[in-house]
Write a protein that binds this ligand. Structure first.
Ligand SMILES: O=C(O)CCC(=O)C(=O)O
Length: 269
């Protein structure tokens, strides 16, 4: 189920979609997955959450922003299918403009009783990787996510801010600095809320500043996020580096654990 407005017949982003992505640092594509696909992926995500007992994104359980299960694609065959979905990966590679590998995937849930918004951040400093130029995240809601359910909010164009206004790497969480400190223009920058239907996909550049609101809606917000990295990225020790900590610093992050993605138009995973 592809939107002809955003994608070409072969499933690649149109020139206009590419222009929007390059200009704004994110792009929202509607009805990329069918309702049947979404139902299967949602059931898988719920199964995994029930089995795993999710981790907490936040300083403590009381300060939770999101609950998540990391490495989801390795833990459930349906979620592997989603992470390597040929339509999504083709779009990702088309936007990135070069080869990508799957770095990681999370199931993300934001329950109505979770009272904190998702912190203002970009993805770059939290990735223990070097050599990144085109890395991006595909965020896929598995239920409808209206504004009130804690949708993503982006600062358009923020991926193009000057290097002195970016925190490129976090060797440890003690180095973390709030966005307004690193980028004084942030509090005055317009933001765009992106409410989404289940089956839509939003893709954002690794430098795009984003956050998410609080879920005040009463129903759980459930989503799946895949990070697709530059195919020649290397290991740079940093925060949350346990998936790659067995590597020597500077070594390529590749092999079966970090597969090349190759979206093939028209095929189903
Ligand atoms: O789901 C959220 O609230 C935040 C997700 C996010 O920041 C990301 O996937 O990059």
């Amino acid at each position: 189920m592809l939107t002809s407005v955003d994608l070409t017949e072969s499933g690649l982003p149109t020139e206009e979609t590419l222009r929007r992505y390059r200009d704004q640092g994110f792009v929202h594509l509607r009805s990329v997955l069918s309702p049947d696909e979404v139902a299967g992926f949602r059931a898988a995500a719920e199964e995994l959450l029930a089995e795993e007992g999710p981790a907490t994104w936040g300083a403590s359980e009381d300060e939770t922003q999101v609950h998540y299960v990391e490495g989801a694609w390795r833990k459930h065959p349906e979620l592997r299918r989603l992470a390597l979905h040929p339509v999504v990966t083709r779009i990702a590679e088309g936007l990135a403009g070069g080869p990508l590998r799957l770095y990681g995937t999370d199931v993300l849930k934001k329950d109505p009783h979770v009272h904190l918004p998702t912190v203002v951040h970009d993805d770059e400093p939290g990735l223990p990787l070097a050599g990144l130029t085109r890395t991006l995240t595909a965020w896929i809601p598995l239920v409808d996510v209206p504004v009130e359910r804690g949708c993503l909010i982006y600062v358009p164009g923020s991926h193009r801010r000057a290097p002195e206004h970016r925190q490129v790497h976090l060797a440890g969480f003690q180095d973390y600095r709030p966005m307004e400190e690193i980028w004084p223009a942030y509090p005055f920058s317009p933001r765009i809320s992106v409410p989404m239907r289940a089956g839509d996909v939003v893709l954002h550049d690794f430098r795009t500043v984003h956050m998410a609101g609080v879920n005040t809606d009463g129903e759980r917000r459930l989503a799946f996020a895949s990070v697709y990295m530059d195919s020649d990225a290397t290991y740079r020790p940093g925060v949350q580096d346990h998936p790659v900590a067995h590597l020597t610093p500077g070594a390529p992050v590749d092999g079966d654990d970090f597969p090349l993605i190759a979206g093939d138009p028209g095929t189903t995973p």
